[in-house]
Design a protein around this ligand. Sequence first.
Ligand code: XCC
Ligand code: SF4
Length: 628
Amino acid sequence: MTYQKDYSRFSIVPETQLMLEKAARDQVETVWDRYQAQQPHCGFCEMGLSCRICMMGPCRIDPFGEGPQTGVCGATADIMVARNLGRMIAAGAASHSDHGRDLVELLAKVAKGQAPGYTIKDPAKLRRVAAEFGVQADGKDDLSIAAELADAMFDDYGSKKDSLTLLSRAPRQRRELWQKLGITPRGIDRETSEMMHRTHMGVDNDWVSILLHGMRNALSDGWGGSMIATEVSDILFGTPQPAKSTVNLGVLKEDQVNIIVHGHNPVVSETLVAACQDPELIRLAERQGATGINLAGVCCTGNELMMRHGVPMAGNHLSTELVLVTGAVEMMIVDYQCIMPAISDVAACYHTKMVSTSNKAKFPGMEHHEFHPENARQKAATLVKMAVENFTRRDKNKVYIPSSPQEVISGISVEAVLAALGGSAEPLIAAIKAGKIRGAAGVVGCNNPRIKQDFGHITLTSRLIANDILVVDTGCVSVAHARAGFKTLEALEKAGPGLREVCGALGIPPVLHVGSCVDNVRILVLLAALANTLGCDISDLPVAGSAPEWYSEKAVTIGCYFVASGVFTHLGPMPPITGSINIVKLLTEGLKDVVGAAFAVEPDPEKAAALLIRHIEAKRAGLGLDSR
Ligand code: XCC
Ligand code: SF4
């Protein structure tokens, strides 16, 4: 293949380029090869103009006006695009919220004493969240509170309510707006289920109405399922506190047993942290000729462990295969979401054992070891032992670790931000008012082979911090930023003078790691706290969101709940909506008059930076602050 020599076309990350060379030598196919093989992508699908919702179809609409202009049922371009987008939102919301449900189930099991190996690590947060759910804590022990809280949370998933509990965190103006628009989310599962219903043939055929329900469905994730996922994770595993860690392929150790966790839900990976520290298993590793057991993460389950335990991260989405190409991984343990099914084929070229752990996520070529709260501790020990025993099968000639670890400061929960600020958001607001910090941006989301790996993230964020905009990140961007050295105090040199001064005084980097994809809700909570302190709505704040390299349905949902919460949000890759000019206009313009924020799509990160900066300065002017 002719493109193989020029790996800088695929990624700006030097270690990725080196590993792609090794992959070619080892005859390993990667996501970039498969992406190339798919070119050109289907133009109908890219525009949202194909539909296979029913078996009168599948149907396509001709965007040039010559072929059919409706599906067999009569669906127009507007209806088709809206239904397709609606189903993307539903899938994203379902993914996050089902992850949240798994945590609530664990909380309930912990309360009943049925989950050995798990405890309540943050009882103070348990009590705070329980109070929000109306659980009386007086005189009760932690486990009784946990049982009642889990029950109350299960209720938020159902149909008994007309509003989700944690919406109370949103500013009053925002809640009133949602009410007026009829998009207050009622039950987490209900909104997703209703979206699937509405988009069945012959139900909701008003594209505006479908998209409004899309907002409601996304809000049920942001202020519902995802928020529950984050809060319960903090209660069970501890609320993150700033700590140092390391990133990139250099975190793999040539002389140790390397175990990688991949996926999203900390339920499995948390138990592995303890198992990897078991002195008996470490002695076993030594007997195999290793000097220890090294646990590292990729994707969001990696983010969860880094945030809470400082466990290093080996890479982000597009690096997941390349981690295995190092030939130094004894075992990869996956839970769910973003795990490419091809990954077992990569592992098969090396000695790496692949293990799946969730009853809802099985993969070809993986050994399935199902984790449940009841057996997780013992399963974790079994897997680590298997990994250790696999060390002697490693082929030293195939091992190549291309880089040395990059330092990173992680673990910035809202609680940690407020503690760093001395207990309240006031100092941050003062710095924004004084214009030292112009505003803040959440740069979040994935990698996507459509875009050179990390190029979108790094270019955009460099411009933002140089213009005194504080950046917070989650998901796979967090690894991109960390790899580029943005999460060290040295990175303050890249920041504008005001941001450098404020962050320098606080001893924090200009780019703050707030967590995994579900942890985007930490950004919502922080924005709500800022708006409530200022007595304004979220849409009045000098803030913006961006997903420069998004790929996943979850990212669509996140984008929608940010916009519906009043945050201007930029997307790098164009979502499949260009088949409907009405919908493009609504999402990029019209929504401003509806929810006070809209989307912008701009593949060029330089231009995107200009959009974000302009937006933030305009919001400053709106608040009566100085504006550049
Ligand atoms: Fe997946 Fe969350 Fe995207 Fe990374 S960032 S590719 S969704 S792992 Ni959320
Ligand atoms: Fe075609 Fe309508 Fe069926 Fe979609 S729902 S496949 S447009 S007939």
